[in-house]
Structures are given as structure tokens and as C-alpha cells.
Design a protein around this ligand. Structure first.
Ligand code: HEM
Length: 494
């Protein structure tokens, strides 16, 4: 009797909770009746037709832009509406404070950080340490970053001269990006531990799935039963535990400095926060990996696919890298002189990028847009970043991949730094804009430029059988390189 009863009871309780939560959500939602709808007519309809998975934002954003010249429209996104805004509101939104338009609340809506990482809205403090330690130390850390990239490439692309080898792009770039990032996050030897890397590579998939269910429950229900948080963090702690223990031992015995003291994110965190709790430290490092790995590897995949698709540009890049390295060696300073490499990557971000909708924010109070539209408190806002990157009024031949367009802009303008990969401008939003722009972008650009420069100097790259690579995937608001994409590498004879 008990055995039969338990699953029915559990299912009924869950169903009741979901219904109550949906009612709660629907009653609480801000009144957006004055904003035109594109796509599904209601939240429930969006849920029904997508089976609770992803809304076809690629189609709906384009429909909205074609239909509404004001650029203000809303898309039903399962549990909440997303209001799309036009370029004219960009600067104001990007510069708004957390009290007005919150990045952290938007992030929480998307990935429910409290339940998936154990870090609440007010506890996500990576940015200051990234800015104060990681970005400022990049020249010193550069040798390690390059060493990890070169070693990872040698292992992954292990090949004899004159032999073409087919490589699956996404797994290869995930491996390189996770190794290079972790060399600086946790150091050697953990950054080469395949189980640690696989664990971090897989976390985002689990988090996205859990967040989909979590969004159905209001926070007062404390829906932690939906997630695998404690298992996730215990698993992470099995890798980090011995490393942290060793470091705390040194700190206890030798204070703030000792011979061969690691210069990595974990150590900066230990020094700066005096945080010694293994669980909290693991949450921080795992969520840092979440921010870094798939973003960097996704961009790297797209760049390699572009290189294979446009092999005529490889020699131009090679000439630049050769000249710069001849003068400055493999240094951070050399990277800053590689304008064409930088431009190739910025154009890769513009042309494809990782998001259809970006600069996501939640209104923390009522606000009025430039055209007078009222945005009530609690509304989710976003900009059609991908479409903005393809705006012909901003970029000539916007639908053509022109790898050196930003290098040429640098040549032609006095304000050259405006067109560098890491520059935040209203025209290029890959790293966001304003107060919450990506703090890891200098590190990401260092990895990406080093990798592209290393590849053109060491390998020839081409498409497999001259075939076009499969299109990237559009899933919800995200753009992802196609996991089946392959390209061929051959070691160059120098
Ligand atoms: C090509 C790689 C990357 C891309 C395209 C990217 C993109 C972004 C974007 C679009 C945002 C939100 C900005 C906004 O809404 O205004 C963001 C935020 C953030 N990114 Fe990145 N990111 C990348 C790599 C990294 C790396 C390597 C790290 C860590 C070292 C990192 C750490 C962060 C953090 C901590 C935030 C939150 C900012 C804050 O707390 O103020 N990102 N990133």
C-alpha cells in the first residue's frame, strides 16, 4: 500500500505546488498590457507549445524588429515576459545602478544562482577580484597562460608533419579554454586533471536544466529539492579540498608569503577574504568556471570555424604575429600589438556571438523609456544584441564576415582603442556594457588572442572535404557552436 501510495502522493503534491506557484507568478507579474506581443500570446501558451523548454527567440526577435518600428515589444518566455528595447535606451539601461535595473536579479532569473551554486544575489563577488588581481596581473601570468594553451594544443592536436587530422571543434575548445582558465583559477596540477575539467564543463548543462524547473517555483517555497547543489559542491570539493588544505597549512605556518606561493584566483581569494570554508570556496570557483569556460570556448570555436572557412586570411594573420613576436616575443605586450588577430576575434563576436538577447536586466522600480513607455517594477528587459550587431546603419556589409574591419577602423580613427576587442561601445555588446560589463574580458581576450596566434603560427586549418560547417544552434536566447562541427589541422613546417 505504502509503495503504491508514495509516488502518487509525491506527484500530486508536486502538481499542486506547480499550480499554486504559477498562480502566484501570474498574479505578481507586472502589467505590460500596453506593450505589443510577439510570438506566443501568453506565458502559459509559451509553456505549452515549447513543452517547458526553449522559446524560439531567434524568430520572435526578428518578427518584433520587423513589425514594431519603436523597437519595444515583448516575448513570452515560459515564466516571465521579456521586453525588448531599442538602441536608444541602451546607454541609460547599461549605466543604471543595481537599485534601478538589476543585472544580478536578471542572472538569478536565468540560472537561479542561490539554488544552483549556493550563491545568492548579493553574494556574487567575483568582479572586484577579477579586476583587481586577474586583469592587473595578466602580464605576469602570461607565461603560464601561453604554456597551458601550447601544452593543451600539443596534446590535443598531436600529429606528425604533413598529416591532416580531423578535430571536433567544440570538445577541443572546451578542453583548451577550461585548461587555460583553470591554470589561473586553481593552478597546476589541478588545471590538468581531466575529471576536474569535465566536472566544470558539465556544470552549466545541469544548471540550465535545473533552472528551468526552479523558475516554476517562487522563492518562498525554497525549491532546493529540485537541484543537485549539495552533490555538485561535494564533488567539486573532492578536487579542491586537498589543494585548499595544503594552502591553509602554508598560511598558518608561514603567514602571507612563502616560497613558491601560488599566484592564482584561489590564493587571491584566500588572501583577500580570509574565507576558509571549503564549501564556500568551492561554490566560488565552480561559479567562476561557469562564467568563464563556455563563453571563452564558444568564441574560440566560432573563430576556428571562421579561420577554416576563410583560409585566405591565415597568411595575413601569420605575417602580423611573426612580425610582432619577432620584436616583443610571446608577451602580453605583443598581444596588444596584434591588431589583426584582435579584429578577427571581434568580428567573430559581432558576426555570430553567443547571444540573441543580451544586457538582461530586471527593473527594480518603475521606469520610463525614452519614447515614454512605462516599464513597471519587476519587468525583465533585454536588447536584441545579435540583430544590433547586424545593423546595416551601423556596420557596412553587416551580413558579411570581414575579419579586418575593426583593424581598418583603428587605422582610420584617432580613437583607436574604441575598436579593440575588449572595448565596450554601444555598437559592440558581446561583453555587455556599463556597470556590469564582463570583468573577465581582458583575461578572455588574452586566451583567445594567444590561441589564434598560436594556431596560425603552428598549423594550417581547413574545412573537412571543403564542406560548409553546420550552422550554430539557436536555443532560447543563446547561440551555440554546433557540437558536430569539425575542422582539419595540419602541422606547418617552419
Ligand atoms: C569570450 C568570453 C566571454 C564573454 C563573451 C563574456 C560575456 C559576458 C557578458 C555579456 C556579461 C554580462 C554583461 C552585461 O549584461 O552587461 C558577462 C558578465 C560577467 N563575466 Fe563574462 N564573458 C566572457 C568571459 C569571461 C571570463 C573568462 C570570466 C572570468 C574570468 C568572466 C566573468 C564574468 C563575470 C564575473 C561577470 C559578471 C559581472 C559582474 O559581476 O559585475 N567572463 N560576461
Amino acid at each position: 500500500m505504502d509503495l503504491l501510495f508514495t509516488p502518487y502522493l509525491a506527484t500530486s503534491i508536486c502538481a499542486a505546488l506547480v499550480v499554486v506557484s504559477l498562480f502566484k507568478l501570474l498574479n505578481k507579474r507586472p502589467n505590460l498590457d500596453h506593450i505589443p506581443i510577439v510570438g506566443h500570446r501568453s506565458l502559459l501558451e509559451s509553456y505549452w507549445f515549447t513543452k517547458g523548454l526553449e522559446v524560439d527567440n531567434a524568430r520572435f526577435v526578428q518578427e518584433g524588429l520587423d513589425k514594431y518600428k519603436s523597437g519595444v515589444f515583448r516575448i513570452a518566455n515560459l515564466t516571465h515576459w521579456i521586453v525588448c528595447l531599442p538602441r536608444r535606451d541602451l546607454e541609460r539601461v547599461a549605466r543604471a545602478s543595481e537599485d534601478h535595473l538589476s543585472f544580478y536579479h536578471a542572472m538569478d532569473k536565468a540560472v537561479k544562482t542561490d539554488y544552483t551554486f549556493g550563491i545568492g544575489i548579493h553574494g556574487y563577488h567575483h568582479a572586484p577580484l577579477i579586476e583587481s588581481h586577474l586583469t592587473r596581473n595578466l602580464s605576469v601570468l602570461y607565461t603560464d597562460v601561453r604554456d597551458e594553451i601550447v601544452t593543451a594544443c600539443n596534446e590535443l592536436l598531436d600529429m606528425k608533419h604533413n598529416e591532416w587530422k580531423t578535430i571536433s571543434v567544440v570538445p577541443a575548445t572546451l578542453s583548451i579554454a577550461s585548461r587555460a582558465s583553470n591554470r589561473i583559477f586553481v593552478g597546476l596540477p589541478l588545471c590538468r586533471n581531466q575529471d576536474w575539467l569535465d566536472f566544470n564543463i558539465k556544470v552549466p548543462h545541469a544548471v540550465v536544466k535545473e533552472a528551468r524547473i526552479l523558475r516554476l517555483f517562487p522563492d518562498f517555497m525554497g525549491p532546493s529539492f529540485v537541484t543537485n547543489l549539495s552533490e555538485r559542491i561535494s564533488r567539486g570539493a573532492t578536487f579542491l579540498g586537498p589543494v585548499i588544505k595544503e594552502r591553509l597549512k602554508h598560511m598558518e605556518a608561514e603567514g602571507t608569503d612563502w616560497c613558491d606561493k601560488p599566484n592564482d584566483f584561489l590564493q587571491w581569494w584566500l588572501d583577500a577574504s580570509h574565507e576558509t570554508c571549503l564549501t564556500m570556496l568551492t561554490r566560488r570557483i565552480v561559479s567562476l568556471n561557469f562564467a568563464a569556460i563556455h563563453t571563452t570556448s564558444g568564441t574560440l570555436s566560432e573563430a576556428l570555424l571562421n579561420l577554416a572557412g576563410h583560409p585566405q586570411h591565415a597568411q595575413t594573420l601569420r605575417d602580423e604575429v611573426e612580425a610582432v613576436i619577432g620584436k616583443y616575443g610571446w608577451t602580453k605586450e605583443a598581444l596588444s600589438k596584434m591588431r589583426k588577430v584582435d579584429s578577427f576575434l571581434r568580428e567573430t563576436q559581432r558576426f555570430e556571438g553567443l547571444v540573441l538577447l543580451g544586457i538582461m536586466r530586471v527593473a527594480m522600480c518603475d521606469i520610463t523609456l525614452a519614447d515614454g513607455t512605462l516599464i513597471p517594477r519587476g519587468t525583465s528587459l533585454a536588447f536584441p544584441v545579435h540583430a544590433m550587431h547586424h545593423d546595416e546603419t551601423v556596420f557596412e556589409n553587416a551580413n558579411v564576415f570581414e575579419p579586418f574591419r575593426f583593424a581598418e577602423m583603428q587605422d582610420n580613427e584617432s580613437e583607436r582603442s574604441r575598436h579593440q576587442m575588449v572595448a565596450l561601445t554601444p555598437d559592440m555588446l558581446s561583453f555587455g556594457m556599463g556597470k556590469r560589463a564582463c570583468s573577465g574580458r581582458f583575461f578572455a581576450a588574452t586566451i583567445l588572442k594567444t590561441m589564434l596566434a598560436h594556431v596560425v603560427m603552428t598549423y594550417d586549418v581547413k574545412r573537412v572535404n571543403d564542406e560548409r560547417s553546420p550552422n550554430s544552434l539557436r536555443i532560447g536566447s543563446a547561440i551555440m557552436p554546433n557540437p558536430t562541427a569539425k575542422i582539419m589541422f595540419r602541422k606547418r613546417v617552419n
